[in-house]
Design a protein around this ligand. Structure first.
Ligand code: PMP
Length: 285
């Protein structure tokens, strides 16, 4: 079935959903976005995603042409129009139509695109057997260059790391920052378990403040685990009892191998499994 796509002020058929070739989102990756899950017909953590979208937009001086309440309503309308019960929403705001020059101030109005569809980031069996990853040589964007906290339309930094993984027949890569500390995976946050303690890099290490990450930290603490945000090194990953990744598309997925080294028993660990279950329950509660 063809999708109904929200563009600016209303829904259009997928075949009519078009954006100008002069849109700076296309010409320069000038824009911001969110990926949001729908579980059992409920939009997961919508307010948190909207808040992050406006923070990202603010950071690049992009004025979103709709206020948050209207945008929330339009997201809900798009989900309903496509009959999405379990799915994935892509909410994109571009700088809008400009000219063939960088100047963003020429762009009169941001463009708003809402796609409500489905996503399968990794094959389902990998949630049982675990993911094999590599350490990327491409370092995460320097925070003084472009903050990894901005969820911008320019994902080349992550794409280059993803290509390194794909070149080695792996699906994911761990990215390190300019100081050598773990930042995040190409589209997910990283956690390790060491002696039953849950550890994750601080946002200042160069990661997106993941909404799944925040939920998992909350659920882990509620389950009695100590959660520590601290800089992690490659050694910390190699020596971890368990590693898992979190993200809207990935949800919670165990990592069983990094750079050819087996993690734990070579299958997703027990705490990873417990937190995945808790996450699924929470998402569908
Ligand atoms: N890091 C990056 C680079 C991401 O793109 C994402 C989202 N796909 C995440 C982390 C995870 O964030 P969230 O849990 O909010 O989806």
């Amino acid at each position: 079935m063809a999708l109904k796509i929200w563009i600016n002020d209303g829904l259009v058929d997928e075949s009519e959903a078009k954006i100008s070739v002069f849109d700076h989102g296309l010409l320069y990756g000038d824009g911001v976005f969110e990926g949001i899950r729908v579980y059992d017909g409920k939009i997961f953590e919508l307010q948190a995603h909207i808040d992050r979208l406006y923070r990202s937009a603010n950071a690049i001086r992009l004025l979103i042409a709709q206020n948050p309440q209207t945008l929330i309503k339009n997201v809900q309308t798009t989900v309903a129009a496509n009959d999405i019960d379990d799915g994935y929403i892509r909410l994109v705001v571009t700088r809008g139509v400009g000219t063939l020059g960088l100047n963003p101030l020429i762009c009169k109005q941001s463009a708003i695109i809402i796609i409500a569809a489905t996503i399968q980031l990794y094959p389902p069996e990998l949630y049982e057997t675990g993911l094999k990853v590599i350490s990327a040589n491409t370092i995460r964007n320097h925070p003084l260059s472009i903050s990894p906290q901005i969820k911008s339309l320019n994902y080349l930094n992550n794409i280059l790391a993803k290509l390194e993984a794909l070149d080695r027949d792996m699906l994911e890569a761990i990215m390190y920052n300019h100081q050598g500390y773990v930042a995040e995976a190409t589209g997910d946050n990283v956690f390790i378990i060491r002696k039953s303690k849950v550890m994750t890099p601080p946002i200042s290490a160069g990661s997106l403040e993941g909404i799944t990450r925040s939920v998992v930290i909350k659920l882990a603490r509620e389950s009695g685990y100590e959660v520590i945000e601290q800089n992690l090194t490659r050694y910390d990953l190699y020596a971890a009892d368990e590693i898992f990744l979190t993200g809207t598309a990935a949800e919670v997925i165990g990592v069983v191998e990094i750079d050819g080294r087996k993690i734990g028993a070579g299958q997703p660990g027990p705490i990873t499994g417990e937190l995945l279950k808790k996450f699924e329950q929470y998402a569908r509660s």
